[in-house]
Write a protein that binds this ligand. Sequence first.
Ligand SMILES: C[S@@+](CC[C@H](N)C(=O)[O-])C[C@H]1O[C@@H](n2cnc3c(N)ncnc32)[C@H](O)[C@@H]1O
Length: 444
Amino acid sequence: MYISQQIAANAVNQVLSGRNLTLALPAALAVFPNATPQQRGAAQDLSYGTLRFYGEIDAYLSQLLEKPLTDDRIHTLLLVAVYQLLHDKADAFTVVNQAVYAVSELKRPAPKSWAKGLVNAILRNFLRQKEALAKTIPASEVATYSYPQWWINKLKAQYPDHWQSMLETGNQHPPMTLRVNTQKISIADYMQLLARQDIEATHVGGQAVTLTRPQPVEKIPGFTDGIVSVQDYGAQLAAYLLDLTPDSKTPNLSVPALKVLDACCAPGGKTGHILEMANVALTSLDSDEARLQRVQSNLDRLALSANLVVGDASSASWWDGQSFDRILADVPCTASGIVRRHVDIKWLRREADIASFAAQQAKILPSLWQMLAKGGKLLYVTCSIFNEENQAQVDKFLQNNADATQLPFELPVNHTEASITQLNGQLIPSNAHDGFYYALLQKN
Ligand SMILES: C[S@@+](CC[C@H](N)C(=O)[O-])C[C@H]1O[C@@H](n2cnc3c(N)ncnc32)[C@H](O)[C@@H]1O
């Protein structure tokens, strides 16, 4: 266990110093190339768990420390161990003994001789005083919910009726949802395929099937053959809401009816869905060339194709001047609606980041708007729950663009989740889906 604790402590340490967990965890794992798959899996669970509940864990730990620790490796090791003692099923004394051993294994610079004794004393004090320490937690919202205070305040102001459940949902393990390509297999047949492999699942609506227990993709029937993809249910609404029915254009099935731009497309989840749903001429744009390669591998798996372009959606330098009938603008955002998948976001984001993402979005929207044909539709999407990036952004755009109208949504047939219409395009994160925002704009 101590190897997993060390890897997790290293990853958490990097995140608390400002690095993304998706970069920090592989770097921390690389320090232990001989770690077994079990140790690696446990290290991942411990890193995610510690960051998910960092506010709470830190509140316990600070009560036990007389002064801040100068060696942040020991501090994060303690955070990981307290996480285990609070939320993990592991035997408490094993956790403590292994954490003490993990300290003795730290190298360059080797910790001071008192470090092992200190870790041992703090963790044993935690076990002895846990109930008394717990009494102080409700006095702090950061400790209670494990989010920065500015985040909690913002949600309280923007969602007076939902803020608490939104914070709690963001601390749950994310569901693993599949998108079934119903052109290739019916939902009923796919559910049977899963059942035959003893994989429990629920059809949540549309093409979305949620697994009761997440599985490695290699074990998911039909994944490598491109019959199913992994995609959150909320994200699966994009291709429906974009309205890919071919207007008045010639309904000749061999000729793509609509010219569609998927701006900000990588890693290509929505690109694949659009192509599965309709015969369209699709241009998929992203400013990040490396991420665009992931779109290509996704399309290869699905045996689909699009015109992939490296370019900046806030400029027209890459555009050939031919307008698009539909534009999907899945813009860069704070990703505050997907914190349960990216637990580091809560601690890496600063409140000021909201304004800088909003400024980027405010440049992208008008640039894409000029590329939209008259009568065409643009679906603006974020995976954020902050209003500044969502309806407030769209309202500003509508004020400055008299030729734009925001259309009401009709929830597609077979979709059961009602929150999208209730809250004006904002999906409140729930067990079923992440916190996406959608606005459909038409050019008059
Ligand atoms: C939310 S992700 C898109 C997710 C994608 N639509 C999907 O469903 O898989 C945002 C993407 O926008 C890209 N991006 C950020 N700024 C951009 C810009 N100015 N122009 C084009 N792409 C941009 C990022 O590289 C990132 O891949």
